[in-house]
Design a binder for this molecule. Structure first.
Ligand code: G3H
Length: 181
């Protein structure tokens, strides 16, 4: 059976400073995770998959549709700064995190819509590992775990953890491997 592996990017300097969005560099721990990731994939892949795939150079694709939820004017701010500079928005997001759209940015609902073609691609794909941002992974995870998308903003997708999803006829099997870094 084919699987879909999900991983957040390694810890970034914005993760450390509590800033959202942005295009920050990866931290030293994030770098250590990047180095551990091939081993985690190997550990969680079955023998037959590995034997079959051993002559393949993994093909790497970049999909624009996997970009992080756009936090618009709040990009690069901490939650405390957002609460101070955009108190109305902060409250609105708290009241309805799924539908709240950042000023000049996106909502989770927007992200779910832009992910539709990606999800269709994943439904057809062979084994694949997706490395991207938390908000995006929450929506992909919710889809495969059959959780209503309205709950995706609260799905737990921790850093430095490889998630393996194996879709079956009526449910999806989930395994998690945490990197010891
Ligand atoms: O790391 C930031 C997340 O991707 C978005 O977090 O939607 O819970 O504010 P949030």
């Amino acid at each position: 059976p084919r699987s879909i592996w999900l991983s957040r990017h390694g810890e970034s300097n914005f993760n450390l400073s509590g800033q959202i969005g942005g295009d920050a560099d990866i931290s030293d721990r994030g770098e250590a995770y990047a180095r551990r990731l091939p081993e985690l994939v190997k550990q969680s892949a079955g023998d037959r998959e590995l034997t079959t795939a051993r002559f393949l150079e993994y093909e790497k694709l970049e999909w624009k549709a996997l970009d992080e939820l756009d936090s618009g004017v709040c990009d690069g701010l901490t939650y405390a700064e957002i609460a101070e500079q955009y108190p109305e928005d902060f409250k609105q997001r708290d009241d309805d995190k799924y539908n709240y759209r950042y000023l000049g940015g996106e909502s989770y609902r927007d992200v779910v819509i832009r992910l539709e073609p990606i999800i269709m691609e994943l439904e057809r794909s062979e084994n694949i590992l997706i490395v991207t941002h938390q908000a995006i992974l929450r929506c992909i995870y919710a889809y495969f775990m059959n959780v209503p998308q309205e709950r995706s903003p609260w799905m737990e997708v921790p850093l430095h953890t490889l998630i393996k999803l194996t879709p079956k006829a009526y449910s999806t099997i989930e395994e998690r491997l945490k990197a010891d870094i």
